[in-house]
Write a new protein. Structure first.
Length: 217
C-alpha cells in the first residue's frame, strides 16, 4: 500500500486543525510506560476506538514509513501543511517521535512555515534533552510540550524542562482535575465541557501557558 498525498495528514474530530500521527504501537517510551500501573500510557486512547480500524492501522504504518525518509518527509509536509493548514498544526495526535533525525526535521518544517503554530506533545524525553544538549534553537512557532508519564502528577516549576523554557502537560483523574485552579503556570483543558472539542481554545499552542492539564477517566 502506497501512502497517497491526501492520506498523509490526519484529521481528528477534537482538533481545530490538521495533524500527523502513526499507530501507538510504534511509541518507544510509551510502549514501556503502557506496562506501568498508573501511567498515562496504561490505558492509551491510541489503542482504542477508531484507531483500531484496519484502514487506520494500514495508513498509520505507511505514514510511519514515510516519516522515516527524512528528506521526503520535510518536503511533503511543508507542501501539505502550507496548502491545508489553518495556521495551526499538531504533531502526533497518535504515536510519538521515532528518532532524533525526525525531531530535527520537525524543527526544519517549523522554520519553513513561520505563519503556522505547531504543537508537539512527547514522552521521548531523551530526544528533547539531546536537542538541548546540542544547543539547537527551537523555532518560536513550535510549542514542544513534554508530557508527564504518570496520572495525577505534574512537573513543578523547578523541573528541568520548565527551567529550559519548554512547555509541559499532565493528566489528572476527575476528582483532582476539578479541584485544580487555573493560574499563571497551569491551565485546565476545557474540552470535556464542550463536547470533547477544542472549539476556540488554542491553549496547547500557547507558549505562555507552561502546563496544560487534561482530564482522564
Amino acid at each position: 500500500m502506497r501512502l497517497k498525498l491526501h492520506n498523509t495528514l490526519t484529521r481528528n474530530s477534537k482538533l481545530p486543525c490538521n495533524s500527523f500521527g502513526i499507530p501507538a504501537s510504534y511509541c518507544k517510551t510509551g510502549s514501556k510506560l503502557a506496562k506501568v500501573k498508573g501511567s498515562i500510557c496504561e490505558k492509551c486512547y491510541g489503542k482504542k476506538g477508531n484507531y483500531l480500524y484496519p484502514s487506520y492501522q494500514e495508513l498509520g504504518i505507511e505514514r510511519k514509513k514515510f516519516a522515516d525518509d527524512i528528506e521526503k518527509f520535510i518536503e511533503r509536509m511543508v507542501f501539505l501543511i502550507e496548502c491545508e493548514s489553518n495556521n495551526y498544526f499538531r504533531w502526533f495526535d497518535n504515536g510519538d517521535l521515532q528518532s532524533y533525525e525526525q525531531l530535527k526535521a520537525i524543527l526544519v518544517i517549523a522554520e519553513k512555515l513561520p505563519s503556522v503554530t505547531f504543537w508537539l506533545t512527547t514522552k521521548e524525553y531523551e530526544l528533547i534533552k539531546r536537542l538541548i544538549k546540542d544547543n539547537i534553537e527551537i523555532p518560536k512557532n513550535l510549542i514542544i510540550r513534554v508530557s508527564h508519564p504518570m496520572i495525577d502528577q505534574q512537573f513543578n516549576e523547578n523541573s528541568f524542562f520548565i527551567k529550559q523554557g519548554l512547555n509541559v502537560s499532565s493528566a489528572y483523574k476527575k476528582e483532582k482535575f476539578e479541584s485544580i485552579n487555573n493560574n499563571k503556570y497551569s491551565f485546565s483543558c476545557p474540552s470535556t465541557k464542550q463536547g470533547n472539542k477544542c472549539l476556540t481554545c488554542r491553549a496547547c499552542w500557547d507558549s505562555e501557558i507552561k502546563n496544560i492539564i487534561y482530564k482522564v477517566k
